[in-house]
Design a protein around this ligand. Structure first.
Ligand code: VTB
Length: 334
C-alpha cells in the first residue's frame, strides 16, 4: 500500500467524525450513525483504491452503505484491499454526549482481516511492554500479575478497562480482589483497546466480552502499536453460530491471536475522536471552523501520527453532511 494512503484514510475518519459530531447529546443514535456512515462512504469514493468492505454495517439487505462485500474505489488500482470500518464506534456515547466515541477504519491487503460475525467476543488486550505475557484462558490474577511484572508495576497500580455490563460482575469482582484499578466504560471497547497500546494513556489491559467486529479493529490498531490481543468468539445463540459457520468458522473454541485477527505486513489504521475522551479529543467548533484529533498508524513502520486538523466548514465539498452544524448562524444546514 502506498504510504500516502494513510493521509487519505484519516480524511475518511475525520469526515465521519465531523458528520456525527453535530448529533452529540441529541439523543438520536441512528441520526449520528447514519451521518457518519453516509459521509464515510462518500469520502471513500474520492480515494483511488480497490477495496472490499469485510467489516462494516452488516449484510447488504440490512445496510445500504458500507455493507459486507461492498466494493470501494474504482477497481483499477492495486493491490486489492480489505476494509474494516466502524464509522461510529459508540452510537450511544454520541447520543448522550459521553466520552470516547470514535470514527474508525482499518485497511490491509486482501484476506488480512478475520471476517467476524456480528456477535460477542471475549478479549484480553495489552500494549507492547506486556505483549507475550497474557493468556486468555489464564485466571484474572495470573494475567494481572504477568502484566504488572512486565510493566514493572505493583498490581494495585495496574488499570484494567472493562465494559460496564452485568456479564462482567464476576470479572470485576476478581479484579477488585486482586487489587488492580478498574476503569468501567459504558461503551467503546475499541478506544479502551487502543489506549492499552499507547504509553501515555493510563490503561494497561482490556478484559471482558465485547463486540467481535470491534475485536478485529482493536487487533488492527494493536498490530500497528506492537500490542497484543487474544480473543474467542462468544456466539449468543444458534443464529450466531450459524452465521459464524457461514463465514467459514468451524472451531468456535479457537483462540484468535493478534495476527489471526489482522494478518499481513501492511495494516493501516485511522481513528478520529467524535466526543472527547481518554484516547482523543472530540470535534470542537468555533466561529467557522471545526477541529479534529486523529491517529493514523502503520504496522509496516510502527509510526504513530497524531493529526490535528482545522476544517473550514463552509469550504467543505458537497459530499459533506447536510446536517453539518454551521456555527456562523448557529443552525444545521439541512
Ligand atoms: C462493545 C462496545 C461497543 O458494543 O463492543 C459493545 O465497544 C458490546 O455489546 O461500543 P453490548 O453493548 O451488547 O454489550 C458497543 O457498545 C456498541 O457497538
Amino acid at each position: 500500500m502506498k504510504r500516502e494512503l494513510a493521509l487519505e484514510f484519516v480524511r475518511v475518519t475525520e469526515a465521519a467524525a465531523l458528520a456525527a459530531a453535530p448529533w452529540m447529546g441529541k439523543g438520536c443514535k441512528n441520526c449520528a450513525d447514519q451521518a457518519a456512515v453516509d459521509t464515510m462512504r462518500a469520502v471513500f469514493d474520492t480515494i483511488q483504491i480497490n477495496g472490499t468492505v469485510v467489516i462494516g454495517e452488516g449484510e447488504k439487505d440490512e445496510a445500504p452503505r458500507l455493507y459486507i462485500g461492498e466494493e470501494i474505489g474504482d477497481g483499477s488500482s492495486s493491490p486489492q484491499l480489505d476494509i474494516a470500518v466502524d464509522p461510529l464506534e459508540g452510537t450511544t456515547l454520541v447520543a448522550k454526549g459521553l466520552p470516547n466515541a470514535l470514527a474508525v477504519l482499518a485497511v490491509a491487503e486482501r484476506g488480512s482481516f478475520l471476517q467476524a460475525p456480528d456477535t460477542y467476543m471475549k478479549k484480553i488486550a495489552v500494549g507492547p511492554e506486556a505483549s507475550g505475557r497474557i493468556n486468555l484462558d489464564a485466571s484474572v490474577e495470573d494475567n494481572l500479575r504477568a502484566v504488572a511484572g512486565a510493566l514493572n508495576k505493583s498490581i494495585k497500580d495496574i488499570t484494567v478497562i472493562v465494559l460496564d455490563r452485568p456479564r462482567h460482575d464476576d470479572l470485576i469482582a476478581r479484579i477488585r480482589e486482586v487489587g488492580a484499578r478498574i476503569k468501567l466504560i459504558s461503551d467503546g471497547d475499541v478506544a479502551g483497546g487502543i489506549a492499552t497500546g499507547l504509553e501515555e494513556k493510563d490503561v494497561d489491559i482490556l478484559m471482558g466480552i465485547g463486540g467481535a467486529t470491534e475485536g478485529v479493529l482493536t487487533a488492527a490498531a494493536l498490530r500497528c502499536l506492537g500490542g497484543e490481543i487474544q480473543a474467542r468468539l462468544m456466539p449468543r445463540n444458534e443464529a450466531d453460530r450459524e452465521k459464524a459457520r457461514s463465514f467459514g468458522i468451524t472451531d468456535l473454541d479457537k483462540i484468535y491471536y493478534t495476527d489471526d485477527l489482522a494478518r499481513g505486513n501492511d495494516v493501516m489504521f485511522a481513528v478520529t475522536g467524535i466526543t472527547g475522551g481518554d484516547l482523543l479529543e472530540g470535534v470542537r467548533y468555533s466561529v467557522n471552523h471545526a477541529t479534529t484529533h486523529s491517529l493514523v498508524l502503520r504496522s509496516k513502520t510502527g509510526t504513530i501520527r497524531k493529526i490535528n486538523s482545522r476544517h473550514t466548514i463552509t469550504k467543505k465539498p458537497d459530499y459533506f453532511p447536510r446536517n453539518i452544524f454551521n456555527p456562523r448562524n448557529n443552525k444545521y444546514n439541512i
